[in-house]
Design a binder for this molecule. Structure first.
Ligand code: ZN
Length: 220
């Protein structure tokens, strides 16, 4: 039987599960919130069963569908207005061999990251343009750890403890940062900020060296 404090605890949690239920009541991809919405800046609660397993499974599936539709290579719960420490990643990496080699952009299968955190391995940094579904229309160069150790759980509660390098390391850092209320712009080279049009017309090269020279920002 639940103690009174358990019951109070559950009552306090109910609104979150109810909000997720409401969110999932609609069909198709979920709406993605854009920069300026406080939910992207508040940080998240660790996941510890706030959603029953069946609801968690539906929520994760909705994140996957929304990420695919966007399309994007990662999506964090706050980006759909939910303050839970949950993100999904998946990257089919449809890029040329030249880009794959320069950026380390190798395919990353679908993964659910529950309560992820990362720490850098070594001091190497890699700087590339990246974008965010919550900052539509823009990209900027971010120097990130080239290699990180990710600790998390998967959607079944199994422990994840893995080393990520190349583009998957970038995705893991970007999505985990969302769960701490950060956006990639917080640590981007702001002088590199480029519109989608500038990206297509000028900065499609495998590395940001030409952009750094032309726009005047440093690379590691
Ligand atoms: Zn993002």
């Amino acid at each position: 039987m639940a103690s009174p404090s358990d019951r109070a605890d559950r009552a306090a949690r109910a609104p979150l599960a109810e909000r997720v239920e409401q969110l999932l009541a609609g069909e198709g991809p979920l709406p993605i919130v854009a920069a300026g919405e406080p939910v992207l800046r508040r940080g998240t609660e660790p996941f510890d069963g706030q959603l029953e397993p069946a609801l968690l499974a539906r929520f994760v599936e909705a994140l996957r569908v929304t990420m695919h539709a966007a399309p994007g290579v990662g999506l964090a719960a706050p980006q759909v207005g939910v303050e839970l420490r949950i993100a999904v990643i998946e990257d089919p990496a449809p890029v040329t061999e030249e880009v794959r080699l320069a950026r380390g952009r190798v395919p990353q299968p679908f993964r659910v990251l529950v309560n992820p955190s990362y720490e850098p391995l070594g001091t190497a940094r890699a700087a590339f343009f990246e974008g965010c579904l919550s900052v539509p229309g823009w990209q900027a160069v971010v120097a990130r750890h080239a290699q990180v150790r990710l600790r998390a759980e998967d959607e079944t509660g199994r422990t994840v403890d893995e080393v990520f390098t190349g583009w998957p390391a970038r995705i893991v850092q970007h999505e985990t940062d969302h769960l701490d209320g950060m956006l990639y712009l917080d640590h981007a080279e702001l002088r590199s900020l480029s519109s989608g049009r500038a990206m297509a017309e000028r900065w499609a090269q495998p590395t940001p060296e030409a952009a750094a020279a032309a726009l005047g920002f440093p690379l590691p």
